[in-house]
Design a protein around this ligand. Sequence first.
Ligand code: ZN
Length: 202
Amino acid sequence: MDVENIYKEAEALLEGHFILSSGNHSNRYLQSAKVLEDPKRAKLLADALAKMIQESGIEVETICAPALGGILAGYELARSLGVRSIFVERKEGGMELRRGFQVKKDEKILICEDIITTGGSAMEASKIIEELGANVVAFASLANRGFCKRDGSTSQSKPECKLPCDTPFFALDDFTFEMYTPQECPMCKEGSIAIKPGSRNN
Ligand code: ZN
């Protein structure tokens, strides 16, 4: 499965001159929501991710996604695995489980995102789920920005990765970009103006 090409076809992998959420500049940008715009494409990706998880033998009872970005990916993955789907959402200082969602003691939960960069939001979701007594058995995302080592990859996690190294992390593919500080950016030096995708008019 050519995941990168699927993202390109969906206009979810952009090429140009971009400001990343870190403030660094890159010639590539992942607009993750775009790949889930087509439900057939979303199903194709979620089915492939579900297959990896099933083949690992890990037992999952519930998928939990951090809102907003993870909800669609989490829901599609849950449908593919035939399990329950819940989400946590941000409040001041952390995440919380609201809307009547509950978890049982020792329930086996997989935290799912559309994209994992350093895993910060996924870890916040994991923290609240474990505080409620359930058990986080794995992490998953459709795309991995290459900071965290995904299951089956030979590359190692970078120091920025916040996911625990003793819990499996499944992702369809690594999307590793060249990044520059604004001062060092070669595109800026050529006079090009960086844009922030997803903001108004971009
Ligand atoms: Zn630049």
